[in-house]
Design a protein around this ligand. Structure first.
Ligand code: ATP
Length: 273
């Protein structure tokens, strides 16, 4: 069974309603003190539908990570609200998985113990959790590495393990903050293909933050461009490219058009990708 088929299987029995699975309503956030405030986000309205893949691009410091941390329940927004399936997000929850740029793994745990940690913390049956983890590891190309120490894995392998760990809670939303930013270009391309397969065949909704317009256009159903700080939504660009996405996608006129439309914002602002 392929990684994607396995993940489709993981999510198969879940009924998805028509309402957004993730919603930001007039979300604003200010850091700093009253005398020295720093407005990171301003009036962000954004919906993510069940199973949808949304990528966010924006200049460094425009508030992308802050938005994602609000969705993860790690920060309470000063203004507006974020909700998951209609309920306010007030703390981290199992249905929302998070993958950060640095695949933080506990160095004193091997791979299988790291990826099954959420299951252990949730008090799940560990033999079932281990079997599920082994299956997911196999399907992301980490067969035979379950007993390895994190220090012996490459960056790409650690990131794959981090994705498996995030999927162990059977999330309905996967939040990804520059997950492949630290990888070399070739590994990043391979990881993009893998993530595209996961997203296409599973029903997990993905909110991806990336500095790469090409990565956003390749993976997403919709590319959201943010303004420089304070971050607002400048434009939502639909990506009319059929799935499955393949390496050939990168040379399609639609792909080039989406990239050009997104890039125009950064040229206007004097910024760069
Ligand atoms: N905990 C914090 N305390 C104070 N200021 C913060 C904090 N977190 C973020 N900021 C500030 O808020 C703004 C938005 O930060 P954020 O990390 O969300 O931006 P970003 O778009 O993700 O940036 P990058 O692309 O460089 O990662 C920045 O000016 C940052 O310095």
């Amino acid at each position: 069974m392929s990684a994607a088929a396995a993940l489709a299987d993981v999510h198969a029995a879940r009924p998805d309603g028509a309402r957004p699975i993730l919603r930001f309503e007039r979300v604003g956030h200010v850091f700093g003190t009253e005398s020295c405030p720093l407005r990171a986000l301003d009036c962000v309205d954004l919906d993510v539908a069940p199973g949808e893949f949304v990528a966010i691009v924006g200049a460094s410091g425009c508030g992308k990570s802050t938005l994602l941390r609000i969705a993860a329940g790690l920060i309470s927004p000063r203004e507006g609200a974020a909700s998951f399936d209609g309920a306010p997000i007030v703390e981290p929850r199992g249905e929302i998985g998070v993958v950060f740029q640095d695949a933080v793994m506990l160095p004193w745990f091997n791979v299988i113990d790291n990826v099954t940690l959420p299951a252990r913390l949730a008090g799940r049956d560990m033999s079932a959790a281990r079997a599920e983890a082994e299956r997911l590891l196999e399907n992301v190309g980490l067969t035979g590495f379950s007993q390895s120490w994190p220090s012996s894995l490459s960056g790409g392998m650690r990131q794959r393990a981090a994705i498996v760990r995030a999927l162990m809670t059977k999330p309905r939303v996967l939040l990804m903050d520059e997950p492949f930013g630290a990888l070399d270009a070739l590994t990043r391309e391979r990881m993009n293909l893998e993530l595209a397969r996961i997203a296409e065949q599973s029903r997990v909704a993905v909110l991806l933050i990336t500095h790469s317009i090409a990565e956003a256009a390749f993976l997403a159903d919709r590319v959201v461009v943010m303004t420089p700080r304070p971050g607002r939504i400048a434009e939502e660009i639909p990506v009319p490219i059929p799935r499955p996405r393949t390496p050939k996608t990168l040379s399609s006129p639609d792909f080039a058009a989406v990239c050009e439309r997104a890039r125009a914002h950064f040229l206007e602002d004097g910024g760069s990708e």
